[in-house]
Every structure is written in C-alpha cells, then in structure tokens.
Design a binder for this molecule. Structure first.
Ligand code: TXA
Ligand code: MG
Length: 310
C-alpha cells in the first residue's frame, strides 16, 4: 500500500536521526530506537521511565542481520527455524565486537533478541541498517499497549511518531527463553512452553518466578493496571468490575468478557485492552474469574498474578 510506504519512510527518518518511535509487533507495541546508538537507547529508558539495569530486546529482520552481534547455538537454530519470525525472544551470548549499545544490554555479556512477525514492522526492519531496541510501549511497570490509542494514552505528546499497524494479533508479550546454558524460560508469553518443548526435546527450566531476577523486568510489580485486581473469583464484591473468560447472559453492567466462548487465544488478545477499558470507565477494583491454566492461559494467569501485586 502506498500510504504504508510513506509511513515507513517517515519512521525510518525519525529512527535514522536517533529518535524513538512506537512500532507495531504481533505481540504488543514497542518503543523503538536504533540498537547501535547510545543516544537512542538512553532516550528509550528516559521516555519509558525504565530503570537502567533492565536491558532491552533487540529486534532483527533475519539471521544475516544478527550474525555480527550474537553467538548462536543448536537450540537456537531449531527454535528459530520453527518459530521465528514470531512471539519468542532468545537470550544469547553477545559477540565481543557487537555494535549493540551497552545501554541496551546494561553492559551484560548476553542480549535478548527477537524476530517480530508483524508485516509492517518487517518492512521497516528490512530498510534499516541497524536492528531496533524496543521494550513494550508503556510507562515502566504499567500495562503494555496493543493498539495505537493505548500508546497515546501512555506517552501523550512526548512521543514523536507512532507507526500504526492496527491491533496486535497476539496481545501479550513474547516468551523469553535463555539459551546460553540449560534452556530456561524467563518469561511466559505468546508462544506456549509445550510447543517449545516439542522442538528442543530436552529439559527446560521454568524460571519466570525465580528469585534470582535474571530478567529485571520480571520484578513482581509489573503489568500494573493501577487499581487492585483479585484472581480466581467466584462472585465479585460490590463495586468490582468482574472479568469472565466466556460470555454469558446477564443484566449486570459490571460484567466484562475476555472471549465469546472460552477461547484462550482470544482472551489473551483482549486481556490488556479490557483492563484498560475497565479502568477508564472509572472502576476502582477488578475481580477476575478462574482462567484455565493451560497453553496461553498460563501466560494470562502470569500477567494477572503480577497485576494483582498492586
Ligand atoms: O513481545 C515483546 O517481547 C515486546 C515487543 C515490543 O517485542 N517487548 C517486550 O520488551 O516485552 P520489555 O522490555 O517490556 O521486556 C523485555 C524483558 C525484560 O523483562 C528484560 O528484563 C528482559 O526482557 N531481558 C532483556 N535482555 C535480557 C537479558 N540479556 N537477559 C535476561 N533478560 C533480559
Ligand atoms: Mg514490558
């Protein structure tokens, strides 16, 4: 489409001059900047009010673009061939002569990398001469953005440009897997652990709740709606918004539905915007019914649990 072409040109112009912009991905919107530029990286942290010890994910177009920056291994190759581009982030060893800004990696010898699937973002990555560092496009510890209006709500006029790519098809962040030694899941996400297990066929540690904080972004206060949230609720209290997994007939105005018919994939897609909507309607408390803890339901429960630490 012609309009897409001119938007990509515009986005490239901002990025080439070290500005940050919002970009669509299939998981959530990202707040992107040139991953090779200290200046851009610092700007991302400032805009997001993100603690500087929390490293960023670097987004690549393909393997060729990645070759200079990280050391890949067999587990990576298997997963890459099956799931990338898509909602999976790999933590790999950084190459000594990598051009990635030390502000992006927080001076670590590892880096989190990902190949996003969103068509518009892929078109943009293809014309850039550097990968994009991009955390989720939200103020640190708040709910991620899954549509341009969310990004506006988060940053207002502080953000120069949003590359608009509609509503994110997955709606929760990527699954993060560390592949530098025994594979370990650092964050549950858009790709279920069972699918990953089928491909690497060996022990995978699940460290998303581990206390040793490999991923500083997994501090418990995260994905915060800004109002209290309770999980596994059978009956809501007076004044609470009640979130249900499946639509049901009711006259109660405070009932909200994640999907029509118990569909966990759709529920994940609707999770953040529904919570935003409830908050914007002025509710002061949220109650959520029990969500099946299978497949992407595990990711939904993980996010709800963190949101409930308010
Ligand atoms: O779906 C996604 O992954 C989105 C889109 C925009 O790509 N991005 C995203 O980024 O969720 P962010 O910054 O919100 O979360 C990145 C997580 C943080 O928890 C951070 O601590 C962790 O990745 N991380 C980054 N580099 C790491 C590293 N070298 N080792 C361990 N964890 C790392
Ligand atoms: Mg985030």
């Amino acid at each position: 489409m012609k309009s897409n072409q001119s938007n990509i040109k515009k986005a490239k112009k901002y990025l080439d001059s070290n500005e940050c912009i919002a970009v669509p991905t299939e998981t959530v919107y990202g707040l992107a900047g040139n991953a090779y530029s200290d200046f851009s990286a610092k700007k991302i942290f400032k805009l997001k009010k993100r603690p500087s010890n929390n490293p960023l994910i670097v987004h690549y177009y393909n393997l060729k673009a990645l070759e200079h920056d990280c050391i890949i291994n067999e587990d990576f190759k298997k997963l890459y061939n099956k799931f990338s581009p898509g909602p999976i982030t790999y933590v790999l060893k950084l190459k000594k002569n990598s051009k990635i800004s030390k502000f992006v990696t927080n001076n670590k010898n590892t880096v989190a990398i990902r190949f996003p699937k969103h068509k518009l973002l892929r078109k943009l990555l293809k014309v850039l001469s550097y990968p994009l560092a991009a955390p989720s496009a939200n103020i640190s510890s708040k709910l991620s953005s899954v549509q341009p209006s969310d990004v506006k709500e988060e940053f207002g006029r502080k953000l120069k440009y949003i590359l608009k790519g509609g509503r994110c098809s997955i709606g929760v962040e990527s699954t993060i897997i560390k592949l530098t030694d025994t594979p370990s899941i650092l964050r549950l996400g858009g790709l279920s652990v069972s699918k990953i297990k089928k491909i690497i066929k060996k022990q995978i540690l699940i460290k998303n709740k581990s206390k040793n904080k490999i991923s500083p972004g997994l501090f418990s206060l995260h994905y915060s709606p800004g109002i209290p949230l309770r999980m596994n609720v059978k009956k809501p209290n007076e004044g609470e918004a009640f979130v249900l997994i499946k639509k049901r007939k009711t006259n109660s105005k405070n009932y909200f539905f994640l999907s029509k018919n118990n569909n966990l994939i759709k529920a994940a897609r609707n999770l953040y915007p529904l919570i935003r909507k409830i908050k914007n309607k002025g509710y002061k408390k949220i109650a959520v019914e029990k969500i099946p803890n299978i497949g992407i339901g595990q990711t939904i429960n993980d996010r709800l649990e963190r949101a409930s630490k308010y």
